[in-house]
Write a protein that binds this ligand. Structure first.
Ligand code: SF4
Length: 279
């Protein structure tokens, strides 16, 4: 067994979140440049130029990419040959605390959803844990902004509704979001599983490289078809109208019950932030 010091977990979470707050991923920067070439609306072009300028300033001056520095989601993958003593979730939350307090990032978490008192350090994170064979621990942090998350949705379709029903639900969700989800979007879609699995698939889909495609040809085709249809809505960058409403559509799937067709749409704004580290 390999022994893991939980301090390294706290430190990794803190480093990854700090980097996420200021540095846009290279795949995102490329996609925005690509969007600028495709966008024909002058206002849409202006928005895309401002997004690129914002990315540069944030990185150079260590200023958050957005005032909404997000609620932290963590995907934790633990090798079955790794041993540690203590509370790994507490270690993750110590890393979140340090990143948000020492980095002066906005604290966006309330302790009770009805009483609404801020926890003061952006904890607790939402942590999803998986065990896999091996000696490594992989930590992925996703600070997720509230605007796009608020406009996300899940629906239990019937199998008879099929691909047509999925396309309609995704388009309805994107149209209802309009400019509120801060487009251009990355649209994460989970198809299959059940009521809790589909949204998790959709969130995991947002972690994929922006240039990749589903390895399943029929799903890759659906990703392309949806991207075209979403961009035909004319919502455009920040909802000001234009050709580029989404930068990418990512679909992850899972087996499901014969009577069900669960579909979840997790919208991600143009400030997509996620970083991983293997310990
Ligand atoms: S949805 Fe994204 S871009 Fe809009 S305010 Fe939230 S984090 Fe910022």
């Amino acid at each position: 067994m390999r022994s893991l010091d939980l301090k390294s977990v706290s430190n990794a979470v803190c480093e990854l979140l700090t980097e996420c707050a200021f540095c846009a991923g290279s795949d995102l920067v490329l996609k925005i440049h690509d969007a600028l070439n495709k966008e024909q609306s002058p206002l849409g072009q202006t928005v895309l130029k401002q997004i690129l300028e914002n990315q540069k300033v944030a990185k150079c001056e260590a200023i958050p990419l957005c005032q909404d520095t997000g609620q932290v989601v963590v995907f934790l993958e633990i090798g079955s040959e790794v041993a540690f003593t203590g509370d790994i979730e507490a270690a993750i939350n110590r890393g979140v605390n340090r990143a948000y307090t020492e980095g002066y990032l906005r604290k966006s978490v309330v302790a009770d959803p009805l009483r609404r008192k801020n926890t003061g350090d952006n904890t607790p994170a939402i942590i999803h844990t998986k065990i896999f064979p091996g000696h490594d621990v992989k930590i992925t942090v996703v600070p997720k902004g509230g605007g796009a998350e608020n406009m996300s949705a899940v629906k239990m379709l019937t199998p008879a509704e099929g691909e047509t029903g999925i396309i309609q639900f995704v388009l309805d969700t994107v149209k209802a979001a309009g400019g509120k989800a801060c487009p251009p979007l990355i649209v994460g879609i989970g198809i299959g599983g059940n009521l809790e699995k589909a949204p998790l698939l959709a969130k995991e889909a947002l972690l994929r490289d922006l240039a990749d495609h589903s390895p399943l040809p029929h799903i890759s085709n659906l990703e392309e078809k949806l991207l075209t249809k979403i961009n035909e809505t004319g919502i455009g960058p920040m909802g000001y109208g234009g050709r580029v409403t989404a930068l990418a559509v990512k679909i992850n799937t899972y087996p499901c019950h014969i009577a069900s067709l669960p579909v979840a749409v997790n919208l991600q704004c143009h400030v997509t932030r996620h970083k991983s580290k293997v310990l």
